[in-house]
Design a protein around this ligand. Structure first.
Ligand code: C2E
Ligand code: CA
Ligand code: CA
Length: 624
């Protein structure tokens, strides 16, 4: 970063990386500061040149410049310079690093006599604090010290801000005689700067930090905390039903309440905790170096503080807050991520009945991560191999042996972990990405079948693939299948396509034609989720369907006591009549399997036997 820019930013309390939102507002200010700095530089430089010339002049008078002579000569040119307002001069003796003289104008400005000033403030100047050698090294590197700021009280106790630039003074033998300093009164600049940063960083209603300031402070804190391997905790506090107060009692009451709340919270937290209002009734508090116990006690105190009666004008209001709690770095490594997690935790607290607090948990992410974000992440996920196929065994009801498997897609998202297909398949259907995803599923399933065959050449089991209606509408499934079957040397008998009844809803003649075309590949067609969709019984015999999958809803209704389940019985009987294999989905209990066995259902699938498994686990299960 440009050194001057860095200096300017530091001077308004910022030394981290700028977020985009801050850049614009700071840009104007920095620009002005640049102009100012340029002006100061040139006037300081010309001032300095004048001073240096004077010193040369004086040195030529005092050839042998001892401390005393220096002192004398200084007195002389001090007088010469005293009319050069607003710059002020002083000298120090280098070997002691102590202030020995100040110019009249410095005394005038601060209202002290020279002696009073030196007694009071000698230690405040940088070289007074540093060792002699340090100072010399610092200064001789550049010839002058980087200007530093000093805030000193004048005799009447008013704070004045000074900028001090230091130079080394040499004698003719090039030995360091001392340090001279130029002091500039920058009180006006500082006041203006404070006003600007107040405007930028303060919340006008409550006087505490605003969102921009919070972001700046957080970014700084994150860098510091990261470097020191430490943690911090952040609370996101949102008042419950504040809008109601605003709407019914008016904004002025709402504003007064917010002011009182900010004031009361300031009383509960420590002075060095970060406290900001970032929206209407949203506050953020950051606790540095706080243990869990102390954190809990503080949250407890905050909740109590909220629940006190608030007297605003003639009203007595009761208030509560929902608080989300996050920890750095576990719940987010950047300001944005931390805020997002805190927001999620806060909403969780709200949904848990308000007036409470919730620590963020990674799993909350799933429910909140927006659909938009999922949609955006999907193409990259496909590219980065984040999708995998799991295999759930289809098992013989009679023998309990695996006879086939269903391939089910999973998305292992880098940030959110496992995302269930019910969540992203419908999104991919609405964006059209299902076509790409579907092609990937077909290819991956074929590749897997080839692998299974290789592992177990004696048992060439069938694998079914779920095909979305969109794929039927917009893809040449026949061509894609054929290509992959050829490429991986797979027979049609080893593949089933699971389709839902909804396929028959539109343009069924066209669909019948497509299905018949697929049949020429010898693949099986399976009717998924049977019984839940539109009744297409009249088409069942027209379509060459090989398998009916009875939806889990019907299996759930199987009575435990051996009673009858009429619809299920009818579906099983119908499948048998039409010469279709009948598969029961979602079988979780032995009594369900028993029932299915009694009714002559052929195949079942469900957690009773196995959940969907990764490729390797599935193969080890069926080889055994
Ligand atoms: P589906 O085709 O009806 O798949 C059966 C779902 O039931 C699977 O959920 C499976 O994990 C779950 N399941 C199996 N046995 C049991 C059980 O005993 N109890 C319970 N509670 N659930 C069981 P999954 O894998 O989450 O898939 C959900 C849906 O996502 C699938 O429903 C299917 O419609 C769709 N899907 C999955 N993979 C693909 C794919 O590759 N392509 C397309 N287009 N859709 C897919
Ligand atoms: Ca299925
Ligand atoms: Ca199903």
């Amino acid at each position: 970063m440009n050194q001057l820019l860095e200096y300017q930013l530091k001077s308004i309390g910022y030394d981290g990386v700028l977020s985009q939102s801050q850049q614009l507002s700071l840009f104007k200010m920095v620009n002005e500061s640049y102009d100012k700095a340029r002006y100061h530089r040139s006037s300081q430089r010309s001032m300095l040149d004048t001073a240096k010339n004077k010193i040369q002049e004086l040195r030529s008078i005092t050839n042998d410049a001892t401390d005393n002579k220096l002192f004398e000569s200084e007195e002389k040119y001090q007088r010469l310079l005293s009319n050069l307002q607003p710059y002020y001069f002083f000298y120090t003796k280098s070997n002691e690093g102590r202030l020995i003289s100040i110019g009249d104008s410095v005394s005038d400005m601060l209202g002290f006599s020279e002696k009073e000033f030196i007694d009071k403030y000698s230690d405040h100047f940088a070289y007074g604090l540093k060792s002699d050698i340090e100072t010399k090294m610092l200064i001789s590197e550049y010839g002058y010290n980087v200007p530093y700021e000093l805030s000193l009280e004048n005799k009447s106790g008013v704070l004045c801000h000074l900028e001090v630039t230091e130079y080394l003074i040499f004698n003719d033998e090039n030995e360091i005689l001392g340090i001279e300093g130029i002091v500039r009164d920058i009180t006006e600049d500082i006041v203006a700067k404070n006003r600007i940063s107040n405007m930028l960083y303060r919340d006008t209603l409550t006087g505490i930090s605003n969102r921009l300031h919070l972001e700046v402070l957080m970014e700084k804190l994150i860098i510091n905390t990261y470097n020191k391997n430490k943690t911090f905790s952040m609370l996101f506090l949102d008042l419950d039903y504040f809008k109601h107060i605003n709407d019914t009692l008016g904004h002025d009451v709402g504003d007064l309440l917010l002011q009182q709340i900010a004031y009361a919270i300031s009383d509960v937290i420590r002075a060095n905790d970060i406290f900001a209002r970032i929206g209407g009734d949203e506050f953020v508090i950051i606790f540095k170096d706080i243990g869990r116990e102390e954190l809990l006690i503080t949250i407890e105190k905050l909740m109590k503080c909220m629940n006190q009666p608030w007297i605003i004008k003639e009203y007595e209001l009761s208030v509560s807050a929902s608080i989300g709690v996050v920890r750095y770095p576990e719940d987010g490594k950047t300001t944005i991520d931390l805020m997002k997690s805190a927001d999620i935790a806060m909403y969780k607290a709200k949904s848990n009945g308000r007036n409470n607090f919730t620590f963020f948990k990674q799993e909350y992410n799933h429910s909140i991560y927006s659909e938009m974000e999922l949609i955006q992440d999907m193409p990259l996920g496909l590219k980065n191999n984040e999708f995998v196929l799991y295999f759930q065994p289809k098992v013989s009801v009679m023998s309990n042996k695996i006879i086939a498997a269903e391939a089910l897609i999973r998305w292992i998202h880098p940030k959110m972990g496992y995302i269930p297909p019910d969540k992203f398949i419908p999104l991919s259907e609405s964006t059209g990405l299902i076509l790409k995803l579907g092609r990937w599923v077909i290819e991956e399933a074929c590749r897997s079948i080839a692998y299974f065959n290789e592992c177990n050449p004696n048992k060439k089991l069938n694998v079914s693939i779920n095909i979305s209606i969109r794929q039927f509408q917009h893809e040449n499934i026949y061509k894609i299948l054929k290509e992959n079957m050829t490429r991986y040397a797979i027979e049609g008998e080893q593949l089933s396509l699971e389709i839902t009844e909804s396929i028959m809803m539109e343009n069924h003649e066209h669909m019948v034609q497509k299905l018949n075309e697929l049949k020429t590949l010898n693949v099986n067609i399976s009717l998924d989720d049977f019984g839940t969709g539109y009744s297409t019984l009249s088409y069942l015999h027209k379509l060459s369907i090989d398998e009916l999958k009875i939806d889990k809803a019907f299996i759930d209704e199987i009575p435990r006591d051996g009673d009858k389940s009429i619809i299920l019985d009818t579906i099983i009987a119908m499948g048998q009549t039409l010469d279709m294999a009948v598969v029961a989905e979602g079988v979780e209990h032995e009594y369900q399997r028993q029932y299915l066995k009694d009714k002559g259902c052929d195949i079942y699938q469900g957690y009773l036997f196995s959940k969907p498994l990764p490729k390797e686990e599935y193969i080890s299960l069926y080889i055994l």
